[in-house]
Design a protein around this ligand. Structure first.
Ligand code: AMP
Length: 424
């Protein structure tokens, strides 16, 4: 069958790599893809939010399944668009409809959902411009640090951890009255700060049954020792040793099952991935957030650990028989080191020629922000390449991925040399 994958990052490269290995996949199209995804299929020059363009392409190319990588088209309703169209409605879309995507698209919606279904999460309240004063009053009661979250999608930038009350008041004021994050901050969730260690848990669901994919830990800060500015993600590791069986059982009982059951009870159809951002606080799981898609760069560490036919699992999601499918997970460790552009996450260098990928010894190189300029592969995005190594133990995986990242060069190349070493 022909599959259309939407997106252009490292996550989509890892998906494309895995899908292209399936005997069930005939032609794979990636829209828009990057300089690396062409190895696994055919890049298609379409934006992920160009629904009419995607329709025309899917119909002209006998596409039998659409896998949506990023959140934006889901929150904008691509799945609903397919279902509402006579010619498209028989083509399954992997990724929730607009209502389910609100679990990511609105922090207020997701907090209320968690509260309705007793999913453990930090205490919070939501405020608008009209209730600013109440927000100030609430801030005085929350303790410090306190977390302020823009309600809507803010490209990963809408969460602020404030250390003082003055800072929190100022930020709340700017978010609500000066549209600090545009429309996304017309509502702000004020949330209690959780202490602990974070991890990401990924669930694949057909709306009734589910499979828990390998968990991962990601590294968000630009600097070594987890310092400096937040980024889209500088690396990831899977498995995560502190997510032992006892902890994962709590996650399943207290978080995953109530979430899937909650969606069912509320009549919210959901076919796709649920990415659960968790805090492990003294062995207890607390939900920080839901996302309606896989994580990046976690997917780059998760896909190599899946030994089963991934397309068969996707078919289980599409056809509603995921419970009949087998998920085999490798016991090996995958470590991902992300090479970014000089200057990232600020203003960064662009159009720099990449060399040395052929020198990588024992890692997969998943392209993210790359483009072809004639024969040249150029670094064009902030996160340029994700270098993933799968090895028998964590130390070897970390060392190999880090050593292989060092074999790649472009003007301004930067990567963290400490990804995962805190877990050893
Ligand atoms: P989110 O966009 O909700 O994932 O938040 C981004 C990051 O902010 C998370 O990955 C956490 O590191 C941090 N964060 C969010 N909420 C909390 C919280 N309640 N307590 C501590 N850290 C948080």
């Amino acid at each position: 069958m022909n599959i259309l994958l939407l997106g252009s990052g490292g996550r989509e490269s890892a998906f494309a790599w895995k899908i292209s290995q399936s005997p069930k996949c005939d032609k794979l199209f990636i829209a828009p893809g990057n300089a690396g995804t062409g190895q696994y299929g055919t890049n298609v020059n379409l934006k992920v939010t160009d629904f009419e363009g995607i329709k025309a392409f899917a119909l002209a190319n006998d596409v039998k399944m659409v896998l949506v990588g990023p959140e934006e088209p889901l929150v904008k309703g691509i799945h609903d668009f397919f279902l509402a169209d006579e010619e498209l409605k028989s083509i399954p879309v992997i990724g929730p409809q607009q209502e389910g995507a609100q679990l990511e698209g609105s922090k207020d919606y997701s907090k209320a959902f968690m509260q309705r279904h007793n999913v453990p999460t930090a205490a919070s309240r939501t405020f608008t411009r009209d209730t600013l004063q109440e927000g100030f009053d609430y801030l005085a009661t929350t303790g410090l640090p306190v977390v302020l979250k823009a309600d809507g999608l803010a490209a990963g930038k809408g969460v602020l951890i404030c250390l003082t009350l003055e800072e929190a008041r100022q930020e709340l004021l700017e978010m609500l009255t000066e549209a600090k994050f545009g429309d996304a901050s017309s509502k702000v969730v004020i949330e209690q700060f959780l202490q602990g260690i974070e991890l990401s848990v990924f669930v694949m669901t057909d709306g009734t049954s589910y499979k828990v994919l390998p968990e991962a830990k990601d590294y968000k800060r630009i600097g070594e020792g987890d310092t400096g500015l937040n980024t889209g993600g500088m690396g990831s590791v899977s498995p995560v040793h502190f997510a032992d069986e006892a902890f994962m059982q709590k996650v399943e009982q207290r978080v995953i099952i109530p979430t899937i059951e909650g969606l069912k009870k509320e009549g919210i159809p959901y076919k796709g991935f649920i990415f659960i951002g968790l805090m492990n606080t003294h062995g207890e799981p607390w939900v920080i957030e839901y996302n309606c898609r896989m994580g990046d760069p976690e997917t780059e560490s998760v896909m190599p650990r899946i030994e089963s036919d991934f397309v068969d699992l996707l078919l289980g999601v599409a056809e509603g028989n995921l419970n009949e499918k087998e998920l085999i997970i490798s016991p090996k460790t995958a470590a991902t080191v992300v090479c970014v552009a000089g200057g990232y996450p600020g203003e960064y260098l662009k159009n720099k020629t990449i060399s040395g990928i052929e020198n990588v010894r024992d890692s997969y190189v998943f392209h993210a922000g790359t483009s072809l300029a004639g024969e040249d592969v150029q670094a064009t995005g902030g996160r340029v390449l994700a270098v993933t190594s799968l090895q028998d133990n964590m130390f070897d995986a970390l060392q190999q991925a880090t050593a292989d990242a060092a074999r790649i060069y472009y003007d301004g190349v930067y990567f963290r040399k400490d990804i995962g070493f805190d877990l050893l």
